[in-house]
Design a protein around this ligand. Sequence first.
Ligand code: DX5
Ligand code: ZN
Length: 220
Amino acid sequence: SRKIQIAPSILSADFTRLGQEIRAVEKAGADVIHIDVMDGHFVPNITIGPLVVEAAKRVATTPLDVHLMISDPDRYVDAFADAGADWITVHAEACTHLHRTVSRIREKGRRPGVVLNPATPLTVLDYILEDVDIVMLMSVNPGFGGQSFIPSSLGKIWQLRQTIDVMGLDVDIEVDGGISPLSIADVAEAGANVFVAGSAVYGSDDYLETISALKKNGEE
Ligand code: DX5
Ligand code: ZN
């Protein structure tokens, strides 16, 4: 079993107390803070911009994992990097010049990642896998927290893990959507090592208990 990282998504946090909510999950064992940026165009919801990332950066002690669910993310990569995003992941479906976008994130000194929607095939990674630090596979259709895990994601995670291992690459496989203490074991078994959990963490009464259960079930 590999070492795993838990990335609570603040999408399900209490936004009136965002600073405390970030500190609370870090105290409970969060490894990174996942921030869902939505533009109402690439996905049917609008959430967070660079201003909030900058505020989160002032309280967070763990890396900020900024998930850009926006059309043409090139326009905003610099703004999010300058706001303090440590990891910046962009959707393959939203980038016309994916290699350029990933290169720009790297030039800004951040960890680049590519995200695939559930129906997007792994073949889009063929000429970019060696240039990224993270591949994030969506296990729900992006836009909202609290949806259920799409089971066909498991085979896709497994396939990606084979490819990365055969190529001998050091690329994180992050999975986003429907992760809970119940679903995490199969996802970890398939080969993921970074797990986003929004509603499972922030919807629970005891963050320490939930993050501990995620780690325990994911590492077994
Ligand atoms: C969905 C977001 C997710 C979301 C996950 O569009 O990208 O990060 O917060 O929420 P849960 O863990 O509740 O499925
Ligand atoms: Zn996300």
